[in-house]
Design a protein around this ligand. Structure first.
Ligand SMILES: [Zn+2]
Length: 86
């Protein structure tokens, strides 16, 4: 195996590991937000989305407390608001 391939391979591995480690706090945040639940604006159903589906929606969750999610009850994709626990 040529040395250059090993070097490139190790380099790519390091980039992937760094990406994963850098994102762990964000993943935890997603799980936390998903656990607290969202409310469907169409049928009022409260549900917990998969945290993976929240990952790219975090900016809108932080800014507006909403995320575009598919409701498991009515299957509508709409802006669901975070359930506010009082
Ligand atoms: Zn619904």
């Amino acid at each position: 195996m040529p040395t250059v391939l090993i070097v490139v391979g190790v380099g790519a591995l390091f980039i992937i590991i760094r990406f994963l480690i850098g994102n762990i706090p964000k993943f935890e945040e997603c799980k936390d937000i998903a656990d607290k639940g969202f409310v469907c604006p169409n049928c009022g159903k409260e549900f917990s989305p998969r945290w993976q589906s929240l990952y790219y929606k975090l900016p809108s969750v932080y800014t507006y407390n909403v995320a575009k999610l598919r409701c498991p009850a009515c299957k509508e994709r709409d802006m669901c608001s975070r359930k506010i626990n009082t």
